[in-house]
Design a binder for this molecule. Structure first.
Ligand code: NDP
Length: 494
């Protein structure tokens, strides 16, 4: 008889800059995930019954506790996924601002309100409110382990749901920290943690949650959607991107170069809304390339530098393949290049003359790299920007036509004369189109995403013409047709 091979019950998170163990966490089984969801169902009843004002108090207490312990959280983010501590402070700070916004606006956005009932139904008082779904499962990535899942967690909680959160296997410690602080201030497991690898995430998809909010790669997003389809569990998919910066002839070239470099290389390029491609008007192309090149040469990836390590070791091969492919197909590296990809770090790399159908232009690279291409005019820049199956974010630099260009880009979000700015504005919806996913976090749309609309029509007085009865008279039918003609049938005979 063969002995069953014991499955590991724990896993370690590692410091990507050194390989040191940061923490050990349980690999939770399907039964444990289901138990967490069952507990959450009880908590959801308590939490939703509290009402908006009390939930706001609890969420604000959580927000305050996170803010007061920000240095501790930022240090943990730094150790577990590698980003510089000041960047981790920025990330967590923006997340805190979202908790405050969600808590502060939930009642106004979701609470019951009167809506016009229309001329035909004038005897009805119509109201709509947005009710919590119950239990929301949140699966988060590692690249922004505070900000990204918080876009779902804070908004789902503010809407009155309980949440079961599965952080990435690369950042379980950050997830555990956030949940523990919530438990400390609220005192009840309205927000719970489950840890493990992909299988644990898969178990959460099948656990009977009322909605699953996933942030991660497009490939995993498809698996999540397929698993959720089995139980008709609705999903939010926040997936990858291939965002561009468009630089017009009248742009502030220095500001555009600064923004493009930050957008491409901060967080070591591991940003879903990071800059991967740049399209520059031919009139300012040379100036743009020389400005950004000079600036990038001072930037170095290192353990304590402004650009940290690549968090997932397997990503290094993918980044290398994109750079190699670009160079093999006639591209040139004006900064970095083939040797820029090391064992843990990738040095900033700027590629020019790269064919538009190459990997570095078409696929998400997720490293501190960018391609820069010269365009004749903004028509070409928009057409090339839109020639992707992704559609997450984008940036436009132009003094006169920023809004007009941004409006024609097929993406969920655009920043004009700034970079990534939309993510920090809590009232703006965040999400993509195409293979970047669907559904929204942040803003009023982000609150409504974790609710269902409840419509009520209350009769205020008897209708003048009652057409919803079997006792309906011919006269009533005639009157109805006459009213309809007055309301909608006037104008040129067609
Ligand atoms: P992955 O898709 O690898 O993982 C995302 C999450 O899904 C992790 O928690 C992972 O768990 C989990 N998971 C893996 N397999 C399964 C499965 N079969 N069923 C359920 N869950 C599963 O993404 P990354 O963590 O690598 O994140 C980077 C990606 O996220 C990039 O593509 C980036 O563009 C995107 N992203 C999108 C954002 C957006 O808002 N649109 C924001 C931030 C990132 P485990 O880690 O344990 O395997």
């Amino acid at each position: 008889m063969t002995e069953a091979i014991a499955r590991p019950q724990t896993f370690e998170s590692l410091n990507p800059a050194t390989g040191d163990v940061v923490g050990t966490h349980p690999i939770q089984t399907e039964d444990e995930v289901r138990a967490a969801v069952a507990r959450a169902r009880d908590e959801a009843l308590w939490w939703s019954a509290l009402g908006y004002a009390q939930r706001k108090e609890h969420l604000n207490a959580w927000k305050t506790a996170i803010t007061q312990r920000l240095p501790e959280l930022a240090e943990l983010v730094h150790r577990e996924m590698g980003k510089p501590v000041p960047d981790a402070v920025l990330e967590a700070g923006l997340a805190v601002d979202h908790i405050a916004w969600a808590a502060g606006h939930a009642k106004k956005v979701l609470g019951r309100r009167r809506v016009p009932s229309g001329m035909l139904m004038v005897n009805q008082a119509a109201t709509v409110e947005y009710k919590p779904l119950g239990v929301v499962g949140v699966i988060g990535p590692w690249n922004y382990p505070v900000f990204t899942p918080m876009g779902s967690i804070a908004y789902a909680l503010a809407a009155g749901n309980a949440v079961v959160f599965k952080p990435s296997e690369f950042t379980p410690g950050v997830g555990a920290w956030l949940v523990q602080v919530f438990q400390d201030v609220v005192g009840r497991p309205v927000l719970q943690l489950v840890t493990g690898l992909g299988e644990t995430g898969n178990a959460l998809c099948r656990s009977g949650v009322d909605k699953l909010a996933f942030t991660g790669s497009t490939a995993t997003g498809k698996k999540v959607m397929a698993a959720c389809a089995e139980t008709l569990t609705p999903v939010v998919i926040e997936a990858g991107g291939k965002d561009s910066v468009i630089v017009d002839a009248d742009a502030d070239v220095t500001a555009a170069a600064d923004a493009a470099l930050w957008g491409a290389c901060s967080n070591a390029g591991q940003t879903c809304i990071g800059v991967e491609r740049v399209y520059v008007h031919e009139k300012v192309y040379d100036e743009f390339v020389s400005t950004i090149t000079a600036k990038a040469r001072g930037l170095e990836a290192s353990a304590d530098g402004k650009v940290g390590p690549i968090t997932m070791p397997k990503q290094l091969d993918l980044i290398r393949s994109h750079v190699d492919d670009a160079l093999a197909r006639g591209g040139r590296a004006v900064v970095g290049g083939a040797d820029a990809v090391g064992d843990r770090f990738v040095q900033p790399t700027i590629l020019v003359d790269v064919p538009e159908d190459s990997l570095a232009v078409q696929e998400e690279t997720f490293g501190p790299t960018m391609t820069i291409a010269k365009v004749r005019d903004m028509e070409e820049a928009i057409a090339l920007t839109n020639a992707t199956r992704y559609g997450l974010g984008n940036t436009v630099f132009s003094k006169r036509n920023g809004m007009a260009i941004a409006a024609r880009v097929r993406s969920g979000m655009s920043a004009v004369n700034g970079v990534i700015s939309f993510a920090g504005v809590p009232s703006l919806p965040f999400g993509g189109v195409g293979e970047s996913g669907f559904g929204r976090i942040h803003g009023p749309d982000g609150l409504r995403e974790f609710t269902y609309p409840k419509a009520i029509a209350r009769q205020r007085f008897k209708p003048m013409v009652n057409v919803t009865t079997f006792d309906r008279t011919e006269k009533a039918e005639k009157q109805f047709t006459q009213v309809l003609g007055l309301l909608h049938g006037r104008g040129k005979k067609r």
